[in-house]
Design a protein. Sequence first.
Length: 163
Amino acid sequence: MADLRIERVAGEASLQDWRHVHNVIIPPDALSLREVRERAGRHLLDVAYLGDVLVGCMTVRRPTADAPSVATVIARILPAHRGQGFGTALYAHGLDQARALVPAPDTIETIVLGSNEDGLRFARSHGFEESERYVLPGATVPYVHLRVPCAAARNTEDPTMDG
């Protein structure tokens, strides 16, 4: 993935790019630019480009008081760029960031919209197992939480496991 460039969200252009990918992948929970700015203050947000072409985005949520040993890594790849290894590279990048958190998490979680079969297949291929499924008020599609012990989370480089 020599041409894949992963950058921390900084400035309006990358905020807009992160928002675009999020809203394409998760249309029932579309975010405003204000909401993305707020998330950037709490989470690690990155965007991925192939040259100058936007490919995906990633979120690493730090452990919280409610879940002090759980970090969340969410890699999102635009549909036109799936199956080329970008999801695996972005996931590996997020996993490295999550493992570097202090204190280090015991568990890595990811969250996938239930209608995103590619994302669910990707998570399961990386060792994640479903831990929770819920539907937000007014929605019809569930969110699926999947978890894997941090030590067991795989940084595979198999491009067929791209989400």
